[in-house]
Ligand binder design. Structure first.
Ligand SMILES: Cc1cc2nc3c(=O)[nH]c(=O)nc-3n(C[C@H](O)[C@H](O)[C@H](O)COP(=O)(O)OP(=O)(O)OC[C@H]3O[C@@H](n4cnc5c(N)ncnc54)[C@H](O)[C@@H]3O)c2cc1C
Length: 417
């Protein structure tokens, strides 16, 4: 089948790889000049199959109120008269119950675990390199209250059979020796040892090159304007330089997916949640992380990527803007200097990206009520982590095959539309 994929971020490119492998004739269209130049460009680098949770969690509404007044706040809210923003926030808050959290987390873990197997297989098949490491994620607690509160995550990990270790201060230092210099600041941690790290931009570019060798066409510098739908069936897309026709269309436009779908009557509950990162050249490896450390206090991830430290995080609800203000940079600099001051901050690259967030944290993968129009989008905080499993699920749905995992709750149908 001739399949057009809209978007060459990590989701579009992994989709292209598996669809081409399944024998489809694939074209990927993107407005940028190459792969992974928007949200997949400089994310925090965690491939966190175990440290994988929805942001909508019990206690979040109360914490969010507190965060709004913190200097180095994990959450920034810039309210607007925007129906999409307001309705997304209401739906997100309605997912903050223990019952919804357990359902959403278990669904994310299922997809993440499938991605863990899929990424390992993909690495073996393609031999691509992307500054990858396999040393786990350490969620770092600075207070006893944080350590106690992790009990609900431990319960979910145990229930889903995901390996974990609860560590005391010495245990954290064993995993991340640079923490020895700041041992008085930490109480303990939760290690998910099967987690990995890697540069999403390098991965996506290397995989795109592999896709080209498999016959995939990449059509860059093309703005997608709309869908071609005839008699209830997707037939292609309209771009600024003409139509592209195909048998099937896959929407993988990240945060921009709902804007394309809206005129066709598809209401996709995805909203952009902005995050920021700094990429810092390492000058003293003894004060740099070995893998990913998730600082629970600031909700900031600090990751080793080759000879660089990537520090990323924060959730800013402010619509479609990539502005880079100085305050967020100060927060990232504060968090990384406090724990891992082994880099040259003056030479750091400051970046922002828009996470395509669903209210329940799980992406939307599968068919729509328009024939041959498929979605693989809404990967929010963990799109790099969930990319390979999501792309395999998508490929099975497009190809009419039974997927390896339960996919009944991954499509748009779970929102009752
Ligand atoms: C600060 C930050 C830290 C993060 N950390 C992690 C992490 O550690 N681990 C993890 O797993 N995930 C992380 N994420 C999330 C992850 O980066 C995203 O979920 C993922 O990149 C989304 O990929 P995507 O392909 O859906 O979107 P994108 O990468 O944004 O790709 C969408 C593509 O669509 C194209 N496009 C959009 N509209 C149009 C149009 N109209 N015409 C043509 N082209 C169009 C864009 O150019 C873009 O290339 C983080 C995100 C942020 C912001």
């Amino acid at each position: 089948m001739k399949v057009t994929i809209l978007g060459a971020g990590v989701i579009g490119v992994t989709s292209a790889y598996y669809l081409a492998k399944a024998g489809h004739q694939v074209t990927v269209i993107d407005r940028q000049s190459g792969p992974a130049l928007e949200t997949s460009f400089a994310n925090a680098g965690e491939v966190s199959f175990g440290y994988c949770s929805p942001w909508a969690a019990p206690g979040i509404p109360q914490k969010a109120l507190k965060w709004l007044f913190m200097e180095h706040a994990p959450l920034v809210l810039r309210p607007k008269v925007d129906y999409a923003m307001i309705s997304w926030m209401i739906r997100m808050l309605s997912n903050c119950t223990s019952e919804r959290y357990a359902i959403n987390k278990s669904r994310m873990l299922r997809l993440a675990d499938y991605s863990r197997q899929s990424l390992a297989e993909l690495r073996a098949e393609t031999d691509i390199a992307y500054d990858e490491r396999m040393q786990g994620t350490l969620q770092l607690f600075r207070t006893q209250a944080q350590l106690d509160a992790s009990a609900k995550d431990v319960k979910a990990l145990a229930a889903d059979g995901i390996p974990y270790e609860v560590l005391d201060r010495e245990g954290c230092i064993r995993m991340e020796p640079a923490l020895r210099h700041v041992s008085d600041k930490i109480v303990g941690g939760l290690l998910t040892p099967k987690d990995e790290t890697g540069d999403c931009f390098k991965f996506t570019n290397a995989l795109a090159a592999k896709c080209v060798s498999m016959g995939v066409t990449f059509d860059y510098g093309r703005q997608i304007k709309g869908l071609v739908i005839e008699a209830g069936q997707a037939k292609g897309v309209v771009t600024d330089t003409g139509k592209v026709l195909s048998d099937a269309v896959v929407v993988a436009l990240g945060s921009y997916s709902p804007l394309l779908l809206k005129p066709s009557g598809i209401k996709l509950p995805v909203y952009p949640v902005k995050g920021y990162s700094l990429t810092i050249p390492i000058t003293d490896a003894s004060r740099a992380p070995e893998s990913t450390v998730m600082d629970e206090t600031y909700k900031i991830a600090i990751t080793r990527l080759g000879d660089r430290i990537r520090v990323g995080g924060m959730a800013e609800i402010s619509g479609y803007t990539n502005d880079l203000g100085p305050a967020r940079r100060r927060t990232l600099e504060h968090s990384v200097s406090d724990l891992f001051p082994g880099g040259d901050l003056k030479a750091a690259n400051y970046w922002s990206g828009l996470r395509p967030m669903t209210p329940d944290g799980t992406p939307v993968i599968g068919a729509t009520n328009i024939r041959n129009l498929f979605l693989n989008t809404g990967h929010g905080t963990l799109g790099w982590t969930m990319s390979t499993g999501s792309a395999r699920v998508l490929t099975d749905v497009v190809s009419g095959r039974k997927a390896d995992i339960d996919v009944s709750d991954l499509s748009l149908a779970r929102y009752g539309r």
